[in-house]
Write a protein that binds this ligand. Structure first.
Ligand code: GDP
Length: 479
């Protein structure tokens, strides 16, 4: 950690000439634009009678309000629902059917925006929040990052297919997270539908539906005809009532990022699901390694809102960088605090990446040493505009390769290519792939200096073709 002499003088509100003089007295010749290390800086700061402030984890915790809420301040909040299940069993169709049913029933001409989550009101008046990214990849990655936002899982099982591998995975994830489940037996419009097979299949995985004297609610639905969807919504509302979900709306807001992207016109945009407190226009916040000030918020209907309470998803504008899905947002009091925490976290992440980079190089050395196994690896780094694209690319990359060559995604993330990415790429001899994102200026300079290759793509097929070509090149070059 180093600081420029001019910057140091500036932060202490001292004259540059005085700082240069003090340095000289300590035997260091430095001009205004030269940098000195942190220890020297600390010495000088103390000589001038100032206090040294180095941010630490515990400082971060102090600034962020983690005080437990009093019972009397807790108010009921809507449940947050995630839809999971085997591929093609109708997760997307069920989510779409629920959303569409609501638009026609609600405000005529209302346009639902895709912001990664939406709210519906059931016929009996309960409000439910749905995460609009089906599948357990999103659920687990959010959980892994400490953002467990899901209160209820809807497990979609197709009645013409019954329990499949990803059904089992999904129910295991729900169990591991301790989240209650409701089974939506889908595609009941099909003549070959056999809902009872779904029920008995589930028994083997210790999911016992009410009809078989268990306590898991099950509803027969069809995303195509709309059959049973209202019943499903009421089942969710009932489950939510049992859970007695509550949050304190009158405190500094905390939320989780559901989706984030770099929007050409609007800058970084994040969909945040408020967990507690109320997020308001003008609030200053930290979110993962980024910070910002809420410039504007839009709800799932594309309407401007001035505030958002617990379980409400909103699109937030006014970020200084693009956070990642699963990052936690906390409102803080001052811009200085927000910036300090974000910078501290960026540095911590950089240190961690550097360590990971070193480990990767070791891995590769080991891989090379095991030449008899004959597996060659093509490492790459992926940065994409949205989490969904990043995940799709990782999946596509994992499919390339054979017994001799493998593509390995060292790191993936959302947002512009940064110097940190270039650093890791250099350490591992990997190219950096930008999918609908560019490298910022410092990253471009650093890539030029270090000879790291950056490639831009906007079509996954093009990327797959090029990586395939590179993989076979790797084969022929070294055989
Ligand atoms: P996902 O992969 O779980 O998100 O599944 P999709 O929602 O993409 O659905 C997979 C296929 O099943 C699509 O062709 C849908 O049209 C079809 N599908 C989904 N729900 C139903 C349903 O209730 N009835 C029938 N007949 N087809 C459905």
């Amino acid at each position: 950690e180093a600081i420029m002499v001019g910057e140091l003088a500036n932060r202490m509100s001292e004259k540059v000439a005085d700082v240069v003089k003090a340095l000289m007295q300590n035997g260091i010749m430095a001009t205004q634009t030269q940098t000195i290390d942190a220890d020297t800086a600390e010495l000088i700061i103390e000589e001038f009678g100032h206090r040294v402030v180095r941010v630490s984890d515990s400082d971060v915790e102090q600034v962020i309000d983690t005080v437990d809420d009093k019972e009397e301040d807790m108010k009921p909040r809507p449940p947050v629902v995630t839809v999971m299940g085997h591929v093609d069993h109708g997760k997307t169709s069920v989510l779409d059917a629920i959303r569409n049913a609501r638009v026609t029933a609600g405000e005529a001409g209302g346009i639902t925006q895709h912001i990664g989550a939406y709210q519906v009101t059931t016929e009996s008046g309960s409000v439910l929040t749905f995460l609009d990214t089906p599948g357990h990849a999103a659920f687990t990655s959010m959980r892994a990052r400490g953002a467990q936002v899901t209160d209820i899982v809807v497990l979609v099982v197709a009645a013409d297919d019954a329990v499949m591998p990803q059904t089992v995975e999904a129910l295991n994830h729900a169990k591991a997270a301790g989240v209650p489940m409701i089974v939506a037996i889908n595609k009941c419009d099909k003549p070959e539908a056999n809902p009872d097979k779904v029920r008995t299949d589930l028994l083997q995985h210790e999911v016992i539906v009410e009809g078989l004297s268990g306590d898991v609610q099950d509803v027969e639905v069809s995303a195509i005809t709309g059959q049973g969807l209202d019943e499903l919504l009421e089942a969710i509302a009932l489950q939510a009532e049992i859970l007695e979900l509550k949050a304190n709306p009158d405190r500094a807001a905390q939320g989780a990022v559901i989706e984030a992207q770099l929007d050409v016109g609007r800058g970084p945009v994040a969909t945040v699901l408020v967990e507690k407190g109320t997020l308001r226009q003008g609030d200053i916040f930290v979110v993962g390694e980024q910070w910002g000030k809420v410039r504007a918020m839009e709800n799932d209907q594309g309407k401007r809102v001035k505030e958002a309470g617990p379980s409400v998803p909103v699109e937030v504008l006014g970020l200084n960088g693009t956070p990642e899905a699963g990052d936690v947002l906390n409102v803080v009091e001052t811009e200085a605090q927000a910036r300090e925490i974000a910078e501290y976290r960026q540095k911590a992440a950089k240190d961690k990446l550097a360590a990971a980079g070193a480990a990767t190089t070791l891995d590769q050395l080991l891989a090379k040493a095991k030449a008899d196994e004959n597996v060659k690896e093509l490492p790459i780094l992926v940065k994409a505009d949205v989490q969904g694209s990043a995940e799709a690319i990782i999946q596509a990359m994992e499919k390339i390769g054979n017994e001799e060559v493998r593509v390995r995604v060292l790191h993936s993330g959302v947002g512009a290519i940064t110097e940190t990415d270039i650093g890791l790429a250099e350490a591992s001899g990997a190219p950096v792939i930008g999918f609908n994102v560019r490298a910022n200026a410092p990253a471009r300079n650093s890539a030029n200096q270090k000879g790291v290759e950056i490639r831009y793509y906007s079509v996954i097929y093009d990327l797959v073709d090029d990586v395939k070509a590179a993989a076979s090149g790797l084969l022929s070059a070294e055989v």
